[in-house]
Design a protein around this ligand. Structure first.
Ligand SMILES: *[C@@H]1O[C@H](CO)[C@@H](O)[C@H](O)[C@H]1NC(C)=O
Ligand SMILES: *[C@@H]1O[C@H](CO)[C@@H](O)[C@H](O)[C@H]1NC(C)=O
Ligand SMILES: *[C@@H]1O[C@H](CO)[C@@H](O)[C@H](O)[C@H]1NC(C)=O
Ligand SMILES: *[C@@H]1O[C@H](CO)[C@@H](O)[C@H](O)[C@H]1NC(C)=O
Ligand SMILES: *[C@@H]1O[C@H](CO)[C@@H](O)[C@H](O)[C@H]1NC(C)=O
Length: 330
């Protein structure tokens, strides 16, 4: 009896010594193990997203658009002028106002879908949207994991118009807007990696969803390469103010992306992501995680990053160069 007790205590001590954080871990109802019990609130939200947004972790159009909406939400902030609340979910709460802005055109269907999720859970729109975006990104193979911090109060005010850069804006205007939110030019270029999994609503082409690179279902550096290819297709887009000629019949090249690839402030970083594909992952992860905290301080929130699933790696054969017409799922 005594020997058994001693052995047990020794075992416990060894265990604590090798994995010290185990003592604090909590097993949530439904399985996942988290460091902070409050994160268990998010387990039903995650299950709902997996079942009803991505049909079982598919990098579909809803998942990819959710990332875009999170970005639009977060940009409603300024370090110099008192406006907006940043990554606060105002785009969902005050959708009747914010969906009227030109930058948010055609996002209203997604907004109404996401609101149905909010209605099924006791969660603020800011926590929901930025958790949904962190999760949605992980469905796309090759994507980095993002951190997620929990505990945003409900937003109190709509973001004003003209906080989200447009593809037609001059590059200096766009860089200044990002700087006002807290992003340096290299961080802006890293954020543009989101276009690696983007599709466009600017299509002039029937029956296909045009994308911004030839691997729209894989998070990779292909987008950075293809923006540098010669533009042969000048009229893929319905809005020549926002686009320039693209290299493929199914592809849209944003005017702003072409400008970022060429501008002295950003071209070296752009080329760096081509020369060193692995550098893109930590750079995007850092910048996108930072975006989810605009208007907040992580020290006031609970770190629930351990609930963000680990993304699957990019297929090793994703070395296309325009030969694979994309088949994005809507
Ligand atoms: C999926 O959505 C339906 C409502 O459309 C809801 O009843 C169900 O609980 C959701 N699934 C999960 C796993 O939350
Ligand atoms: C909803 O969440 C808030 C904040 O986390 C909490 O104070 C409140 O008790 C919750 N309400 C219900 C009905 O669970
Ligand atoms: C944009 O900004 C750069 C550096 O800040 C400057 O050199 C350049 O002249 C600006 N371009 C325009 C068109 O204002
Ligand atoms: C689109 O551009 C091509 C040149 O690449 C031109 O031949 C064609 O007529 C244009 N189509 C339309 C509808 O403007
Ligand atoms: C493009 O910009 C011009 C000048 O600002 C404007 O008159 C035109 O309506 C714009 N075209 C589209 C398709 O928005």
């Amino acid at each position: 009896m005594r020997v058994k007790l001693i052995l047990q205590s020794l075992l416990v001590i060894c265990f604590l010594k090798t994995i010290p954080h185990v003592a604090a871990a909590v097993t949530c109802p439904g399985g996942p193990i988290v460091q902070n019990a409050r994160c268990c609130d998010l387990v039903p939200v995650l299950k709902d997203l997996q079942a009803n947004l991505t049909a079982g972790d598919v990098c579909n159009g809803l998942a990819r658009s959710t990332l875009r909406l999170a970005f639009h939400d977060a940009m409603g902030f300024s370090n110099t002028v008192n406006m907006g609340g940043g990554a606060d979910g105002s785009v969902l709460t005050f959708h009747t106002i914010e969906m009227g802005y030109a930058a948010n055109v055609r996002l209203d269907l997604l907004v109404s879908i996401l609101q149905s999720f909010v209605g099924r859970h006791n969660i603020s729109t800011g926590d929901f949207l930025h958790f949904a975006a962190a999760y949605a990104l992980t469905t796309c193979p090759g994507a980095p994991g993002l951190s997620f911090f929990y505990g945003r109060p409900p937003p109190t005010v709509a973001a004003p118009d003209n906080t989200i850069p447009l593809a037609s804006d001059p590059i200096n205007h766009t860089l200044a807007r990002f700087l006002d939110v807290g992003f340096t030019p290299p961080e802006v270029v890293a954020l543009l990696a989101a276009h690696s999994i983007a599709s466009s609503s600017l299509s002039n082409i029937f029956n296909i969803v045009p994308t911004m690179d030839s691997t729209p279902l894989v998070f990779d550096n292909q987008f950075f390469k293809e923006v540098l290819l010669p533009g042969n297709f000048p009229n893929n887009s319905v809005d020549p103010n926002q686009t320039v000629a693209s290299p493929f019949s199914w592809e849209i090249r944003l005017k702003s992306d072409a400008a970022f690839a060429a501008a002295p402030q950003t071209s070296a970083v752009w080329q760096g992501f081509i020369n060193s594909p692995s550098s893109l992952i930590p750079a995007f992860s850092q910048a996108m995680s930072k975006m989810s905290l605009i208007g907040y301080q992580s020290s006031n929130l609970v770190d629930c990053s351990d609930l963000v699933p680990i993304p699957s790696p990019a297929p090793s054969t994703s070395t296309t160069s325009g030969t694979n017409p994309p088949q994005p799922t809507l």
